[in-house]
Design a protein around this ligand. Structure first.
Ligand SMILES: CSC[C@H]1O[C@H](OP(=O)(O)O)[C@H](O)[C@@H]1O
Ligand SMILES: Nc1ncnc2[nH]cnc12
Length: 292
């Protein structure tokens, strides 16, 4: 199988440079429009697909990002491995603004977002006990190190609904009682949907602030975040540019099974499946859902 790397760029990362045969392509999905067109091309001989999560010009809020359409569109383009890049607040003194964290766990506090491709007429249960792919995490960590940024391997990302930032009480609870390391508004349900679509997923958190718990730092403020993001954009693009060289063009099956997540996940008996939903699932679950 061939590698195709998908990059979902978060706040401050709306395009990447250096792709050969670069082209912004629109992809139709049964889940609606993706956040934007997708920038396709190759880098070091590896096919790439870049999607700005909020759209160019930052049109979508964390709550209105079309997460299902985004993952479906990347799957349709043949993406095998997704790297998410996100701005995040920090709950730890040693995760300082400007640092990168390779997230490996999530606490999902989002509400009211469509968080599954499956449902009535085609029920499936995938495991997200380990929601990120260690192979991609290793690559992101190595790329960040080579880029010269301060990077931390592993951390728990609390996904909140937003768009408002947390209260000081929430911030302290997430940190002290729940043990979260970083906070953002977008990696859920994105990571869950990538797992359902059998795409490996890793998350690079760019720390922009100490949220609102730190006694020596004021409450999180968007102007501080933008200043850090501006300084980080080149490092994020440099990290991305190193990924094709680390992953290579040929892809073996994922040793952690991300690309076989649906193997035993389907619950609905074949003769009870809703043909309309099954048709919508063609891209993300066609491997395990043969159509008559
Ligand atoms: C610009 S601060 C808040 C905003 O930034 C993060 O988005 P992303 O994960 O796409 O980088 C955060 O989750 C909020 O959506
Ligand atoms: N403190 C914070 N809370 C939620 N999302 C963020 N994105 C960047 N900083 C954040």
């Amino acid at each position: 199988m061939d590698t195709r790397i998908g990059i979902i760029g978060g706040s401050g990362l709306y395009q990447i440079e250096g792709l050969a045969d670069a082209e912004w392509v629109g992809v139709d999905t049964p889940w609606g429009h993706a956040s934007d067109k997708i920038l396709t091309g190759t880098l070091d001989g590896v096919p790439m697909a870049f999607l700005p999560r909020h759209g160019r010009g930052h049109v979508h809020s964390p709550s209105t990002v079309p997460y299902r359409a985004n993952i479906d569109a990347l799957k349709r383009l043949g993406v095998t491995d997704i790297f998410s890049v996100s701005a995040c607040g920090s709950f730890r003194e040693d995760l300082a603004p400007g640092d990168f964290v390779i997230v490996d766990q999530f606490i999902d506090r989002t509400v009211g977002r469509e968080s599954s491709f499956f449902g009535t007429g085609c029920v499936a249960h995938v495991s997200v006990a380990h929601p990120t792919c260690p192979r991609l995490g290793d690559a992101a960590f190595a790329a960040a190190k080579a880029q010269g940024v301060t990077v931390h391997r592993g951390g728990t990302y609390l996904a909140m609904e937003g768009p408002q930032f947390s209260s000081a009480a929430e911030s302290k609870m997430y940190r002290d009682a729940w043990g979260a390391d970083v906070i953002g508004m977008t990696n859920m349900p994105e990571a869950k949907l990538a797992r359902e679509a059998e795409i490996c997923y890793a998350s690079v958190a760019m720390i922009t602030d100490y949220d609102s718990w730190h006694p020596d730092h004021g409450s999180v403020d968007i102007s501080d975040i933008l200043a850090i993001l501006g300084g980080n954009a080149d490092a994020a693009r440099g990290l991305v540019a190193r990924l094709p060289g680390l992953l290579g063009a040929d892809r073996a099956p994922c040793p952690h099974g991300c690309d076989r997540a649906l193997e035993f996940a389907l619950m609905t008996a074949p003769d009870h499946r809703d043909p309309t939903l099954v048709a919508k699932l063609e891209a993300v679950a066609g491997r395990v859902l043969p159509r008559g």
